[in-house]
Ligand binder design. Structure first.
Ligand code: FES
Ligand code: FES
Length: 165
């Protein structure tokens, strides 16, 4: 059983034919060859598959691709280029924010979405007062859905804080 549908990824429309049960993560990786988003748990628990849907961060392993035909999907491949890195990518390099790198695309996409949420004043579980602060505690809490088995967390937080300055 297959369906034809269209996904707009990093500004480019792609027509594909796939099982309607195909997750967004599998559509990106297996059908479109965009392997930046990683499959860690495939159950919404690690954040390795994080991409942006209309600027909001999501776990691509939990979303059906066919349901996102009207969304602007941004993956790590669309955030920067080797010659023109996104500020979060640049600071991840500067601050040694990764070791094996498997979690890194998800960390970067999540950080970009998270900084947008902070900009819009969305509170988190650790926010005190009306306006969330840009500090380590907020970043750690807001990035808690992105696991790193290499334990690069302190440097990831440093990178995100620097990118936001
Ligand atoms: S692969 Fe999606 S959250 Fe782990
Ligand atoms: S850098 Fe290896 S899992 Fe995060």
């Amino acid at each position: 059983m297959s369906e034809s549908f269209r996904l707009t990824v990093n500004g480019t429309p792609h027509d594909l034919t796939a099982d309607p049960r195909t997750t967004l993560l599998d559509a990106l990786r297996e059908h479109l060859g965009l392997t930046g988003a990683k499959k860690g748990c495939d159950h919404g628990q690690c954040g390795a598959c994080t991409v942006l849907l209309d600027g909001r961060r999501v776990n691509a392993c939990l979303i059906l691709a066919i349901s996102q035909q009207s969304a602007q999907i941004t993956t790590i491949e669309g955030l920067g280029t080797p010659d023109d890195l996104h500020p979060v990518q640049r600071e991840m390099l500067e601050h040694d924010g990764f070791q094996c790198g498997y979690c890194t695309p998800g960390q970067v996409c999540s950080a970009v979405g998270m900084l947008g949420e902070l900009d819009e004043g969305w509170p988190s579980a650790v926010t005190e007062g009306e306006t969330p602060a840009l500090d380590r505690e907020e970043v750690r809490e807001r990035m808690s859905g992105n696991l790193c088995r290499c334990g690069a967390y302190p440097n990831i937080v440093d990178a995100i804080l620097e990118a936001a300055r």
